[in-house]
Ligand binder design. Structure first.
Ligand code: ZN
Length: 843
């Protein structure tokens, strides 16, 4: 039996929820001038102004021509809470290092949650009642009615007619006729299921987090979800606008064909440096781990420094701490958990009511079906983009065709391909997929080390070097050939595209030039392929081998050539050409490897990072982000010279501590994997509201980290997160010639996805990909970048307008719920210290 300590049904629920806060029973002050409690006195006013300044969202250094008032934001992110945030964040970091045995992490919604217990009790009671009702109808019917009355979740109401409010927001501007569909709407007060004061507090936290993301994304010229940006704008706050959306592209005709026009010339045709943009005569050097650019090579100091802004370390650490404190805030966690549950249920309702209409809309479109809509494999590594059968056949062919070619230097002597195989006691006939042994199997589950060694054909690293590396004795010739065969297959399939990852390690300064020479020299290019550059987090390995003196050297090796190629393309002609087809950076490695360091202001700067320990994930990500941001500003200044900018799209949340996903939320355009969002409701809800792309690879997860039936993809999709399907490593996980189709096929069958779901996933994959705006206009429709059904062209995407409208309306409503709550209450600083205690360590 439950012991009620005063209060009604709803208050009995709250203390149970507040497992990680100690605000039980404490009435919240209503005044906008809330007392900040004891922390106030510990922070002197001088400290405050030096840390936060009057405009906390103001960049440290602003762009020339950007009025500093444009960056004003009245929500105070750095307050007297700064120290508290730091304390909490560090506690969380520390715990995540010792983790693994932790039963329920503080960012999780506890499994034995009071909500679930309540829910279960309610169901049991309901069942009981409905059974008993047959016996004693009258009394129990009344009991049931009473029971339902106190349950706000039962407030669901179906309204068959169109919701007027919704249409005002979304449909109004739409000219084309959208088929009518059934909407679910909730009525009544406190319709979101939590008391208004809780809603307000949670909403403020959520808004704060979204502002943080918007700031970092705008700074770095990546893209931020438009619908979310508009909602934040309605709060009357101006955030820093870098004019990312101003880029005018040649509009594509509404009736344009689905295929973009093919270029007459090969993009690598013109390698003449003289035809490339000239030297700016700029110079650059690294200061504190971030490159700075100067107008004179001879005089690199403050007087000649270009104003290329980025959020500095202090700002980042402060924001990271705010975010860390936020994801474990009890009431916020509970609020986000409920909203996610609601989004799932709402989608179920939508399907129940509109499935037939969606299907009918798809059938009405001539010619278009799942096979001939555009799909992008948003996460795939070049070194394993072919399947094992393909690699096997290729190796056999090479053995026959080039037996006498010297492919490798062993003890100063050249070895031919024939000799290499002889030394392994193998003939072409012996080779089979089994001897190749490159498929992940049940021995690789939770064993990333074993998985990594599977990259070696027949367990021999020398074959890996010869066949799947760009930098070897044959200058990556074989690898170029096999990639070109994969490209030819993609082109033949017409509708499948890939964003292949190539590696830059940061061990030496010439890696970029070699990689570019490989691509340009062997003409490795396809309209169906864009490159991402992955940087493995292997500093500790290189440092142990004494290849690097400190972390800054690694950063210089990665970024210096890119700055040089931007300042003076003629100094790196191949790299200049190659970079046009590179869309961004990926950060890769086993995320479950333990981290031994907490990233804070006491951490050594990259130049001082000389220990053999690896810096933590967030450290890698911040310095990659900061350098990329400066580089993007430099390249955009030169936009007229034809430079593209880059985005950050790391592996994130596949395993490991939660702060990976926090850094991902703050710094990146989109992420790969995101599996751990399933355990962190606050972050999952934020990823939803910001519509951050998540490239998911359930088959890969199934071999490494999470069995297929537990994969959260269907849940994410139903809630409206921006997910897409990708293959990760076809060589290791797939069997057929069309690995991406294999991925879709299995997902569809296991999770019983509808044709509409599949097409939505495919559309998402194009949206989150790095293909150009122009190409996307052909693939998705000329207005694809707009909001709502207007952005959709079913003749190209095969996604019914109904689905697109549902997603857009749902997101807008969700954002409205939050912004209205913040608006109603006014923008006074958030009183949080009560809810910011971690509680004892479990167990
Ligand atoms: Zn991967």
């Amino acid at each position: 039996t439950r012991c009620r300590q005063g209060g009604g049904a709803s208050s009995a629920e709250e203390p149970l929820l507040a497992q990680y806060d100690n605000e039980q029973g404490k009435p919240k002050p209503k005044s906008p001038f809330r007392k900040r409690g004891s922390l106030q006195s510990t922070t002197s006013p001088a400290d405050l102004s030096s840390v936060s300044g009057p405009n906390p969202l103001k960049p440290q250094r602003s762009l020339p021509g950007t009025p500093s008032s444009a960056t004003h934001c009245p929500i105070d992110l750095r307050t007297s809470m700064e120290e508290k945030y730091k304390e909490i964040a560090e506690e969380l970091f520390t715990r995540s290092m010792a983790e693994t045995e932790m039963r329920s992490a503080p960012y999780e919604f506890p499994e034995e949650s009071p909500i679930e217990q309540l829910e279960e009790r309610r169901h049991r009671l309901e069942r009981q009642i409905s059974q008993d009702i047959k016996l004693e109808p009258e009394i129990l019917l009344r009991a049931k009615q009473d029971f339902m009355k106190i349950d706000s979740a039962a407030d669901l109401e179906l309204i068959n007619e169109k919701s007027v409010e919704n249409d005002d927001v979304v449909i109004q501007e739409k000219e084309v006729h959208i088929e009518e569909f059934q909407r679910v709407s909730i009525s009544g007060e406190e319709k979101c299921g939590v008391p208004f004061t809780d809603l307000v507090d949670a909403a403020k936290c959520v808004v704060k987090a979204l502002f943080i993301r918007e700031k970092y994304i705008n700074y770095s010229l990546q893209s931020f979800c438009k619908t979310t940006a508009h909602a934040l704008q309605e709060l009357g706050l101006k955030v820093l606008d870098m004019g990312v959306y101003d880029v005018a592209e040649t509009p594509v005709d509404a009736d344009a064909p689905v295929h973009p026009p093919v270029s007459e010339t090969h993009p690598y045709d013109n390698q003449d440096p003289r035809s490339m943009p000239g030297d700016t005569e700029y110079g650059c050097k690294m200061v504190g781990g971030v490159l700075h650019v100067y107008t004179k090579k001879t005089n690199m100091d403050k007087s000649t420094e270009l104003d290329l802004p980025y959020p500095d370390l202090k700002e980042y650490i402060a924001d990271l701490n705010v975010m860390m404190a936020l994801v474990i805030n009890g009431p916020v966690k509970s609020f986000c958990y409920r909203r996610l549950q609601y989004l799932s249920s709402k989608f179920q309702m939508h399907i129940l009511l509109n499935e037939m209409k969606e299907l009918a809309a798809q059938k009405k479109v001539p010619h278009r079906d799942f096979y001939n809509i555009r799909k992008v494999d948003t996460h795939i590594h070049a070194s394993s983009c072919m399947n094992q059968k393909h690699l096997l056949r290729f190796i056999k062919r090479a053995m026959k065709k080039y037996p006498e070619e010297i492919v490798h230097i062993e003890h100063g002597r050249g070895q031919t391909l024939k000799e290499v195989f002889e030394s392994m006691n193998l003939t072409a006939f012996d080779l089979s997929v089994d001897t190749l042994d490159m498929h992940a199997d049940r021995n690789t589950f939770h064993r990333f080390d074993k998985f990594n060694s599977k990259y070696n054909p027949i367990g021999e690293s020398i074959l890996r070097e010869i066949f799947i590396k760009t930098d070897n004795h044959v200058e990556g010739k074989y690898f170029a050939h096999i990639i070109k065969e994969v490209m030819a297959d993609l082109e033949e399939s017409k509708y499948q595209n890939s964003e292949l990852r190539l590696s830059i390690y940061g061990r030496s300064r010439d890696e970029w030039d070699k990689l570019a020479q490989w691509a340009v020299g062997h003409s490795v290019y396809s309209d169906n392929v864009r490159w991402l550059v992955q940087v493995p987090r292997l500093f500790d390995v290189y440092r142990t081998k004494k290849q690097l003196a400190n972390f800054q050297e690694m950063l210089e090796n990665i970024f210096m050539p890119l700055f040089e190629a931007t300042m003076n393309p003629r100094s790196h002609p191949e790299l200049h050409l190659f970079l046009e087809h590179v869309v961004g950076f990926d950060s890769v490695d086993d995320e479950s490897k333990p981290e031994h360091h907490i990233f804070n202001l006491d951490s050594p700067l990259p130049g001082d990072w000389t220990e053999e320990d690896n810096p933590p994930y967030s450290y890698y990500l911040y310095y990659t982000y900061a350098n990329m941001t400066v580089l993007n500003h430099l390249r955009r200044e030169n936009r007229r010279r034809g430079f593209n900018t880059f985005v950050l799209r790391p592996h994130c949340g596949e395993a490991g501590p939660i702060h990976h996903l926090v850094s991902g939320f703050m710094l990146t355009e989109n992420i790969s994997h995101g599996l751990l969002l399933r355990k962190a409701p606050v972050l999952q809800y934020l990823y939803y509201l910001a519509q951050i792309g998540i490239a998911m690879s359930p088959l890969s997860n199934n071999s490494l980290f999470l069995s297929y039936h537990r994969n959260p993809l269907p849940e994410y999709l139903s809630r409206g997160l921006m997910v897409s399907l990708s293959t990760d490593d076809p060589l290791q996980f797939h069997f057929t010639k069309e690995p991406l189709m294999e991925e879709y096929s299995i997902a569809t069958q296991v999770w019983k996805l509808s044709s509409c779901d599949m097409c939505e996933l495919a559309r998402n994959s194009v949206l989150m990909s790095g293909f150009s705006q122009k190409v996307k206009s052909y693939w998705l429709g000329p207005s694809y970048y707009k909001e709502g059904p207007e952005s959709n062209d079913i003749r190209r995407t095969n996604v019914p307008d109904i689905r697109v409208a549902y997603r857009c309306e749902t997101l807008s409503e969700e954002l409205q719920l939050i912004t209205h709550a913040v608006h109603t209450d006014g923008l006074d600083p958030i009183d949080e210290e009560d809810s910011l205690t971690m509680g004892p360590l479990p167990g």
